[in-house]
Ligand binder design. Structure first.
Ligand code: ADP
Length: 253
């Protein structure tokens, strides 16, 4: 049987297969909030704002042993070419939930029973990878707010386009390929010190060896993202000032 040729061997952006888009990150972008951050990767921008801990109402939703982390993700109406209807939809609710799960694995709210910490993530400009950009921004905003965290998290999408594994898909890549083996996008979140997977979403076809390779590619990309996140947090309190939430020591190793 003839071996089918790979239909995606060169990236449209000119990036190497394992290359992330240029990134920038900054904290304190919303001075009235308890914590805030912006994370940009290529044309995708995510802003995260943290409010809390504050007493959770209604009272029956309170947890007397732990604070509650609540995440709200949304895309702004003109973040993509077609206008997006404002307000929640199935996609935004799913992304809010999975972001909450990923962040809950590192946030420690045991000191704040009966309270809530709200994280609002907004996407002013989307070019794929918004959930992972939102998680990167939210983790920084939580650290900036001084919320106790066991470690940081960094997030990236790794995809498979026909037979090629690619890191950090943009919109062109995300929506382009239906030919050959099609396109699969796997958002992943890694914890900074213990290197545990805090989130993985997979919708598509991938073999076990390829899947193992995507995990390694994502881990390496997350190390680069972590450097950008920590650099932005370091600048908050001056050169040697650790952010309140996350000890700088031990997060890069
Ligand atoms: P993610 O943004 O995390 O990659 P998706 O895979 O659901 O999540 O979306 C991929 C990209 O498709 C988004 O980043 C955005 O550029 C675009 N997109 C998502 N929802 C819409 C929509 N309702 N209208 C137009 N474009 C959209």
């Amino acid at each position: 049987m003839a071996v089918k040729k790979n239909l995606y061997t060169k990236r449209e952006s000119g990036r190497a297969m394992d290359e992330v888009r240029p990134m920038t990150a900054k904290v304190g972008v919303v001075p009235s909030a308890d914590g805030s951050a912006i994370f940009e990767t290529g044309k995708t921008k995510a802003i995260a704002v943290v409010r809390g801990p504050r007493t959770l109402h209604p009272q029956h939703m309170q947890n007397p042993k732990n604070g509650v982390l609540r995440v709200n993700y949304g895309m702004m109406p003109f973040s993509v070419e077609d206008r997006i209807r404002p307000g929640p939809n199935r996609r935004s609710e799913e992304i809010s939930k999975v972001t909450e799960w990923a962040l809950s694995s590192v946030v420690d709210l045991s000191e704040f029973p009966n309270t809530v910490v709200d994280v609002f993530i907004q996407i002013p400009q989307a070019d794929a990878g918004t959930r992972v950009a939102g998680i990167n921004a939210a983790a920084m905003a939580l650290a900036h707010a001084g919320i106790p965290m066991k470690e940081m998290v960094s997030a990236i999408g790794v995809g498979k386009i026909d037979k090629s594994l690619v890191v950090d898909l943009d919109k062109y890549e995300d929506s382009l390929f239906h030919d050959g083996e099609g396109s699969t996008d796997i958002p992943m979140v890694f914890t900074s010190r213990t290197k545990n997977l805090a989130l993985l979403q997979l919708d598509g076809k991938i073999s076990i060896p390829e899947f193992k390779e995507t995990i390694e590619l994502a881990k390496k990309a997350c190390e680069k993202i972590l450097v950008v996140q920590m650099e932005a947090l370091k600048n908050v309190n001056g050169e040697n000032g650790a952010p309140k939430g996350v000890p700088l020591e031990g997060n890069n190793g």
